[in-house]
Write a protein that binds this ligand. Structure first.
Ligand code: MHO
Length: 186
């Protein structure tokens, strides 16, 4: 956990991949305690990847979001619960029509505590049989995070009428508002 010098408060990072990063950003940024969400790439073999190279599937990066959150307002487990509410963790290298390793379900952990929380939650969700298929979400230590190009940041907020945003991003953001109604920013 880091002390944020500007506010004096503590904040923590979470790095999550669950398909198109526009979706995760649009959904998670709505939650109280989420201070920032940056779309980017992680878990591949090249430095400074860009969107076309990641989309080619050849670099091995996943599309991820790096979330900075205040654990006093939203704890890591709750954040992961939100993550599991907005993507399907049972489809290997795929979310809906988006297919490829860049769309894999992955939790890149920052420290042992996050890893333990992630593994315990996955075990609970599996035991509860929330989905009919097996959970394939990978859990591994956070590698270097590469922020995506500027035009991928706040993509949904800036492009609400774009076709994919209307068809795929908006319903995910709406689902999170429904499930986490008590935890939304004003
Ligand atoms: N199939 C979508 C994915 C967008 S996302 C940022 C598209 O190509 O627009 O991967």
């Amino acid at each position: 956990m880091n002390k944020d010098d500007s506010t004096g408060r503590s904040s923590e990072l979470a790095t999550l991949g669950g398909g198109c990063f526009w979706c995760l950003e649009a959904a998670l940024v709505q939650l109280v305690g989420v201070e920032s969400v940056v779309s980017g790439y992680a878990g591949g073999s090249t430095d400074n990847p860009d969107y076309p190279s990641v989309c080619s599937g050849r670099t091995g990066h996943a599309e991820v979001v790096e979330v900075r959150f205040d654990p006093a307002l939203i704890d890591y487990r709750t954040l992961l619960t939100a993550f599991f509410a907005i993507h399907d963790p049972t489809t290997l290298d795929r979310q809906g029509n988006d297919i490829g390793t860049q769309y894999r379900s992955v939790i890149f952990t920052h420290g042992d505590e996050q890893e333990n929380i992630a593994r315990a939650l996955i075990a609970e969700l599996a035991a509860a049989k929330i989905w009919s298929g097996d959970i394939v979400t990978a859990v591994s230590p956070a590698p270097t995070f590469w922020p995506a190009e500027d035009h991928h940041q706040n993509y949904y907020a800036n492009n609400p009428l774009q076709g994919y945003c209307q068809a795929v991003v908006a319903p995910k953001a709406a689902k999170l508002r429904k499930v986490f109604a008590g935890r939304l920013k004003a």
